[in-house]
Design a protein around this ligand. Structure first.
Ligand code: HPA
Length: 233
């Protein structure tokens, strides 16, 4: 147990799927997991552990932003001895050819966040797990789902005019979101596996946005990809 997580160590599975939104964690447990139980409700950061196709998995919310993801993923890796965390979230597309509802996986994250600096690491790019990327791509092929590999920009702000031109042309980023850098940093620090899978929820170039209903349906594809990847780890 930690001050942020009341689950017992044995109540958390070795692989954890992390949506940002606690209610999405609840929805995934209710719709996909068998014999699930609520294992954390501190601050409403819901975590459920149950079985998907016979494999024991946990789904826990991360909250929004690097600091929130940073706390929960650190604790899962360090104190709950979790091996794999797969973030399942939304992202904004910075490029024309990555469209609404497309699924992307982040091979790495670029950020100007100082999260790593606090640990004495000044890297501004951190890689995700090659093992999880390979597993996810294999599963996507099997499920006939298209997945694009991207560099994600992890931003600390939602309401700021990012310099998209610089992010795309100088930094090589194709999507923007707010958690992956913290997750990948912790995985690197603690020698664990992490991967972010996204559905594109808005396009910052074309200004297209999804409605909440459309977003829900698009999420289904990504959730199924993550669940079926998770059971083969
Ligand atoms: N910015 C940051 N995070 C996001 C966005 C965005 O435009 N879209 C979805 N998550």
């Amino acid at each position: 147990m930690t001050v942020h997580n009341e689950a017992n160590v044995k109540d958390i599975a070795k692989t954890v799927l992390m949506p940002g939104d606690p209610l999405r964690a609840k929805m995934i447990a209710e719709n996909y997991l068998d014999d699930y139980k609520l294992v954390n409700n501190v601050r409403g950061m819901l975590a459920y552990t149950g079985f998907y196709k016979g494999k024991r998995l946990t789904v826990m919310a991360s909250g929004m932003g690097i600091p929130s993801m940073g706390i929960y993923s650190y604790e899962l890796f360090k104190f709950y001895d979790v091996d794999n965390i797969i973030r399942i979230g939304s992202c904004g597309s910075l490029v024309k050819d990555l469209n609404l509802y497309d699924i992307a996986v982040a091979y790495d994250s670029y950020s100007i966040s100082t999260y790593g600096v606090s640990y004495g690491d000044t890297s501004d790019i951190i890689r995700g797990s090659d093992y999880l990327i390979t597993k996810t791509k294999d599963e996507a092929l099997k499920l006939n789902k298209k997945v694009t590999e991207v560099r994600a920009n992890t931003s600390d702000t939602f309401y700021a005019d990012s310099n998209i031109d610089d992010l795309v042309n100088n930094k090589g980023c194709s999507v923007i979101e707010m958690e992956t850098f913290g997750l990948y940093f912790n995985a690197k620090l603690l020698n664990k596996n992490a991967l972010s899978i996204f559905t594109v929820s808005d396009n910052l170039i074309t200004k297209e946005e999804t409605t909440s209903t459309e977003r829900q349906n698009a999420f289904t594809d990504m959730i199924e990809l993550a669940l079926n990847t998770a059971i083969n780890l």
